[in-house]
Design a protein around this ligand. Sequence first.
Ligand SMILES: [Zn+2]
Length: 285
Amino acid sequence: MILRNCRIALLAGCLVLAVCGGALAASLTIHAPEEARQGTAVRVRVVIDEQLPQIAFTWLGKNIVAPTVADGQNRIAEALLPVPVNAEKDMVVQASAGTLTGKATVRVLKVKWPEQQISVKKTFVNPPKEAMKRIDGERKKSAETLRRVTPERYWRGTFLRPVPGVVTSAFGGRRMFNGELRSYHRGVDLRGAQGTPIKAMADGKVAIAQNMYFAGNTVYIDHGQGVISSYAHMSRLDVKPGEMVKAGQQIGLVGATGRVTGPHLHLGVNILGVAVDPLSLVPKQ
Ligand SMILES: [Zn+2]
């Protein structure tokens, strides 16, 4: 049978766009949420009915090539994609495999970000000159790691909450350190007593495990395909760079090292270099 038309159907909560290749009824279907809040991760699933090993996703002008896995007669691939905190317009995800292509639009929901006043020791607001070289080196290393797009995909399924504590400082808040606007909060602070075990959010490879000037004892885990989680202010590091970790594995303990006012876990997730709310990857409790 020859199918030349493209069909668009709206199914329960999912925009499904089927694009037919023009030959035998080959199709590529994108399942993406209709809408997403600024600063969250979007999970996109693509189903194809051809036996192709990979699907290329395009988002924010960047590409990820995701391996497909068998699902009955079809093959599927998944990607996690970031909605930047300052995204203004609807965002489009494109997918292609062989000659099949498709796209879906995600409506961006604006968020009113809170303002957060924080008091810390003066040396952390305006660090002493002798600390600047160290801080610059750590910034570079951090930025380079967060931009990484490792071709392997280590993560699968949902992500888990690394400590049980509640949110004490939300993602995205505009941060005023001793009255000076410094940045926005590129992570979420979770309550945790000193010494509480911290678990890896998903499978991955430890990219950084070291002490940093602002973040204190810090671990970065590369979950593959551009997804990196980070854990800061720890009292103890239980992993080393290069080590593979499993979801739920203990990577260290909650502490109060670096620029902090008390013990807690600062948790970050970056996707394709863009910071998103880490809890947007964790199922609601
Ligand atoms: Zn924080």
